[in-house]
Design a protein. Structure first.
Length: 209
């Protein structure tokens, strides 16, 4: 699949297998979601640009590498996306954080924006949109459209578990956005849940089920 990377690192796959289990409670689920996000971020930032800088070590002067180019922003889709933010900030503490809130209109089934707060310079940053689940793709596509309306042109999407229909929707709506997922599941059931999936990620992160 073009512009889609399935992150099959053994540690990621092992942790995804744990959070799928019914018996995993809120505390462990929340913690492991954050760990997976950090591991995914490590892989998804592999192509960030570097530059040479001169520094002074305790021994001598040396040339080392540091990040160059655009700064980063993390934008979770509320509410479940919040569970992925800390894992990413542990690796990139200087990243700014925005928030996008969407709900599905019960009649049209289309996403409706109810909250959007982005860093003032978001359009100058490499933006990582995060949400544990990519089901129909409607919310992710709407969030990315919103970011583009705010001038963002360098956007990546990170989902832990995705359904094929959601991936196809994103590829159709936003072919310029790279998608990083930890698992590509089989299908959506009649209630719109990913199968085999892990249930409602938001409920399991926040203990509201």
């Amino acid at each position: 699949m073009s512009n889609v990377t399935v992150l099959d690192h053994p540690l990621i796959q092992h942790k995804v297998g744990i959070i799928r289990r019914t018996e995993v409670g809120t505390k462990d689920f929340r913690s492991i979601i954050s760990e997976i996000a950090g591991l995914m971020c490590y892989e998804a930032t592999r192509d960030l640009k570097l530059r040479d800088v001169e520094i002074e070590t305790p021994i001598c002067r040396a040339t080392v590498k540091e990040l160059s180019g655009r700064k980063l922003a993390v934008v979770p889709i509320l509410r479940a996306g919040l569970g992925m933010v800390d894992g990413i900030l542990n690796l990139i503490p200087a990243a700014k954080v925005g928030h996008i809130g969407l709900y599905r209109d019960p009649e049209t089934l289309e996403p409706v924006e109810y909250y959007c707060k982005l860093p003032a310079d978001c359009d100058e940053r490499e933006v990582f949109v995060v949400d544990p689940m990519l089901a129909t793709g409607g919310s992710a596509s709407a969030a990315i459209t919103l970011l583009k309306e705010h001038g963002c042109r360098h956007i990546r999407l990170m989902n832990i578990i995705a359904a094929p229909v959601g991936v196809e929707r994103l590829q159709k709506d936003h072919p310029d956005v790279d998608i990083y997922i930890a698992a590509l599941d089989d299908h959506l059931n009649d209630h719109g849940y990913i199968v085999p999936g892990l249930g409602d990620a938001g409920d399991r992160i926040f203990g509201t089920k």
